[in-house]
Design a binder for this molecule. Structure first.
Ligand code: C2O
Ligand code: CU
Length: 592
């Protein structure tokens, strides 16, 4: 622990809000959601904040849909006035006392960005995890100005799962989501109902976990104004206050019963590693994970021994057993992940002493459960959950198209770093000019050339509908990146350690020289394992430093132009995003 700070807000004094439910079937599948400014109190001791929210609330309403029953949403853009977030880059990474400025409220000497207030409400909505036709998927450049409504059709031909909808505007997703434009979307189906899992309140509890920071007045008192602050050394915002369903460090009264907790990380950049503690000791065995991003796992899984990792956009469907607890018992959820996250472990048993300003984690508090009321019969956990998917057969994978993407951070003078996804294509024989990426696996070496680096570069990925593809995500940076694919989910095939060298000047604007070996480096302490709770259908995967992650994806639904990107919103906005175009097989031979 270093420099513990005294929290300026009292933890665990306010009840966890549950977002308003908007059940599509009640409205014959036709919904209207207004995007508009609103006011919101993030904590009882904070003044009201101005926010942008779906229906003017933070979070937006939780839309509940039924598999196979289409939902049409008229997204009415009624945003008005300037962006309700002060955006600043503080001049120094730490204040006079050596405390990182991202750990404290206020602007820390930064000036308010003058261009941000001019963001007067252009928006586009993306349903994250949705199997959605491309025209309704929320392409980052297809914006709607205030007064221009968008009517989006969501077929809902997809498994029961917790999805979420959020803003996706090119270059400023980080600011629009931070201002409040995010909400949950639950798909339900009969298979899941057949398992007798809790559905709706009080035993099903959604948790949208985010982090926020606020401005201060001349006396240093917190005012409600939202602040997006970065510093010269860390380009991502890692605000100090954890907000769950819109409240800083809330408390939930639970009965002695089994709860279904549906957790999602909706933060811009922060990764959480959640630990459940009672009297200071971890009790992670109370938690059984039953689902991931795209719904149920095949069998229940424990959460990892260090805690439940959730990077931005990752979801976990959890059964949490409080049934043996006496009224008055308290369980606290803490976050043990330092920021920026790089995969480093942290023992759950040490969670109480995790507060660490250097790790941009001044307040590890997330949420508290307080047991009250009468016991309810304990629920048994079904031993078999999903039966509708299997790990892809090796025969299908042997034929699969393979793609490789290097994740690269390019340092720039006088400008924040640029993060890009370098799409690699196998270099032609005789292609020898040195700007190549070599990947060596045992005695086999593949030579690649970068064929695309920035969002606006030409499209190079044209997956064929119905066919498996294997994508390799190769992390050549020092941080973990949660990579998200739109449209169909994928399965994680492998996490492999790599060691690599990038020659001086090797990272160009569009090219890259690197030699990568599929072997563990001498100082690499990460275990590069796939956890049991990752063996499901996912749309976001953490790619750790010194790691190559292999995923199998098969697009099955719609043809069109989609995106994949890092879900750290500051990375997505500063170029860690690329298009891909799904195509029916019959059309491929006609493409020039
Ligand atoms: Cu949650 Cu393309 O995003
Ligand atoms: Cu990233």
């Amino acid at each position: 622990m270093s420099h513990p700070l005294t929290a300026p807000l009292a933890p665990f004094v306010e009840a966890l809000p549950v977002p308003r439910r908007l059940v599509a079937a009640v409205h014959e599948g036709r919904l209207t959601v207004r995007m508009r400014p609103g006011t919101h109190r993030f904590h009882r001791d904070l003044p009201e904040s101005t926010i942008w929210g779906y229906d003017g609330t933070v979070p937006g309403p939780t839309i509940e849909a039924e598999r196979g029953q289409p939902v049409t949403v008229e997204w009415r853009n009624e945003l008005d006035g300037p962006l309700p977030v002060v955006v600043t880059v503080a001049p120094h990474a730490a204040d006079a006392d050596g405390v990182p400025v991202q750990c404290v409220p206020g602007l820390s000497g930064g000036t308010a960005d003058r261009k941000a207030p001019a963001l007067a409400g252009h928006t586009v909505v993306h349903l994250h995890g949705g199997l959605t036709p491309a025209v309704y998927d929320g392409w980052a450049e297809n914006l709607f100005a205030p007064g221009q409504p968008a009517v989006f059709h969501y077929p809902m031909h997809q498994r029961a799962a917790l999805l979420w909808y959020h803003d996706h505007v090119m270059g400023v997703t980080k600011l629009d989501v931070y201002a409040g434009l995010a909400g949950l979307w639950i798909v339900r189906d009969d298979h899941e109902r057949g398992l007798g899992l809790p559905e709706g309140p009080p035993f099903e509890v959604p948790l949208l976990i985010q982090d926020r920071n606020f401005d201060v007045d001349e006396q240093g008192r917190l005012i409600g104004r939202l602040v997006h602050k970065t510093d010269p050394e860390v380009m991502e915002a890692f605000p100090p206050f954890t907000v769950v369903n819109g409240k800083v460090w809330p408390v939930l009264d639970v009965r002695p019963a089994t709860y279904r907790v549906r957790a999602i990380n909706g933060s811009n950049a922060r990764t959480y590693r959640l630990v459940l503690l009672r009297d200071g000791a971890p009790e992670l065995e109370r938690i059984t994970q039953i689902g991931t991003d795209h719904g149920l796992l095949r069998t229940p899984a424990p959460v990892p021994a260090d805690g439940l990792l959730l990077a931005s956009a990752e979801r976990a469907d959890l059964l949490v057993d409080f049934s043996d607890l006496a009224p008055g018992s308290e369980l606290t959820v803490l976050n043990t992940a330092a920021a920026p996250f790089d995969g480093t472990g942290f023992q759950a048993a040490d969670a109480e002493s995790v507060a660490d300003v250097e790790g941009l984690l001044p307040y590890p508090e997330v949420l508290r459960f307080r047991v009250a009321g009468d016991a309810v019969r304990r629920r048994s956990i079904p031993r078999e959950l999903a039966t509708d998917y299997e790990p892809p057969a090796s025969r299908a994978l042997a034929r699969a198209r393979r793609r490789a993407i290097a994740l690269v951070e390019r340092e720039l003078d006088d400008e924040p770093n640029m993060l890009t996804m370098r799409e690699l294509a196998v270099a032609a024989d005789g292609d020898e000019d040195g700007r190549l990426v070599t990947v060596t696996d045992g005695d086999e070496t593949t030579r690649y050339r970068v064929v695309a680096a920035h969002f606006e570069d030409t499209t190079t990925f044209f997956p064929v509908l119905g066919e498996y593809e294997v994508w390799q995500l190769i992390n050549l940076t020092g941080d973990t990146h949660p990579i998200h694919l739109h449209l169909d989910p994928f399965q994680i095939l492998a996490r492999r350690p790599i060691r690599y060298e990038i020659p001086p000047g090797g990272i160009g604007d569009r090219d890259l020289a690197a030699s990568i070996n599929l072997e563990r480096g001498p100082d690499d302490e990460l275990n590069h394992a796939i956890d049991d709770n990752e063996r499901g259908l996912n749309d976001t995967v953490r790619v750790n430093p010194n790691e190559l992650v292999e995923i199998a994806v098969r697009f099955t639904t719609y043809s069109g132009r989609y995106m994949y990107h890092c879900h750290i919103l500051e990375h997505e906005d500063r170029d860690m995003m690329r298009p891909f175009v799904t195509m029916p097989a019959a059309l491929m031979s006609f493409m020039a």
